[in-house]
Write a protein that binds this ligand. Sequence first.
Ligand SMILES: Nc1nc2c(c(=O)[nH]1)N[C@H]1C(S)=C(S)[C@@H](COP(=O)(O)O)O[C@H]1N2
Ligand SMILES: [Mo]
Length: 316
Amino acid sequence: MLIRVSRGWELPESAATPEGAAIGRRAALGGALAGAAALGLAGRARAADAGAVAQDPAVNAAYAAGRALTPEDAATTYNNFYEFGEDKAISRAAQKLPLTPWAIRIDGLVEAPVTIGLDDLLRKMPLEQRVYRHRCVETWAMTVPWTGFQLSELVKLAKPLASAKFVTFTTAQLPKVMPGLRQSFYPWPYTEGVTMAEAANPLAFLVTGMYGKPLPPQDGGPFRLALPWKYGFKSAKSIVAVSFTDAEPHTFWEAINPDEYGFWANVNPAVAHPRWSQASERLIGSDARVPTQLYNGYAEFVASLYPDTTTRKYFM
Ligand SMILES: Nc1nc2c(c(=O)[nH]1)N[C@H]1C(S)=C(S)[C@@H](COP(=O)(O)O)O[C@H]1N2
Ligand SMILES: [Mo]
C-alpha cells in the first residue's frame, strides 16, 4: 500500500504540474500588484455575518517576508489538502466544507478539557496580520498575509499540565464533503504536532484569515496552523482538536512514510529529501526559482530550539 509513486505530494517541482504552469501564467498578469501594496486590504470584504471578527487587523512589521506577496488567486487555487483530493486543484471541491459553526476541542493533559466555538475563541485572542513565507516539502513556496494569533496564546488559555510535552492538532473529518477520506490507505484523520517549546515560540501562528479576509476552506478555513520554519505539511488545516500529550505524536505523514516526512521537518537547503534536492524553491505565481533558506529564513527566531544543524532528524 505504501509503494505508491508519482502521487502529487511525492513529486518534486522539477516535475511541474499542468496546474502549476497555468497558475504561473495567470498570476504573471497580476504579478505587478504583488508586494506590500497588496496589503492595503483594510475594510475590504469583511466576514459576512455582523458578529464575526474582522480579519484585517494591523500587520505585524516584525515578520517582514523580504519578498513579494503571492497573488491571492494563486495562493487560493494551488493547494495541498488531501481530504479533498491528491492534486493541487481542490479549491472548488473544498467550498463544500461548512465553516460555521466551528468548534475546537482542547483536551489531553490540561487543567480542564473544553470545547470552544471559534467565534468565542477569536474574541479572546489578540488578532494580527503576519506576512509569512510558506514552503512545501515538494519545493514550491508562497508568501502569504495570514490573520491570526500566536499559538502560545492558545496554550495559555488551555492551561496545560506540567507533564504536557507535545501539542497535537487534528483536522476535521467530514466524509460527506471530503472525498479524499475514502482513500482508506491514508491514516485519517490528518494530525500534526509540535513540542511545547515550539508551541511557545512566537513564530508559531494559528490562522483564521488570509489577504485580510476569512480563511477560505481550501487553505484550511476556518482555523489552521502556520509554522513557517517547517515544511508545509506540519501546518495542519481545518483544525477541530488541540490535544496536549506527554508522548511524541505519530503524525499523518510520518505514519505514511517516516523516512521522508518526519516529526521535525525543519526547512534546510543542505538536507535533501530522499528523492529530491531541497536547495531551491519555486515561487508560486511568478515561477521564479530562489535559494532555500535554513529554517525558511527564520533562523533568528527558531535556531535556539534545535541544538545543532548537523542532526539530520531535525530536517526530515
Ligand atoms: N488537513 C490537512 N492539512 C494540510 C494538508 C492536508 O493535506 N490536509 N496539506 C499540508 C501541506 S503538504 C501543505 S504544503 C499545506 C498547504 O497549504 P496551502 O494549500 O494553504 O498552501 O497544508 C498542509 N496542511
Ligand atoms: Mo506540502
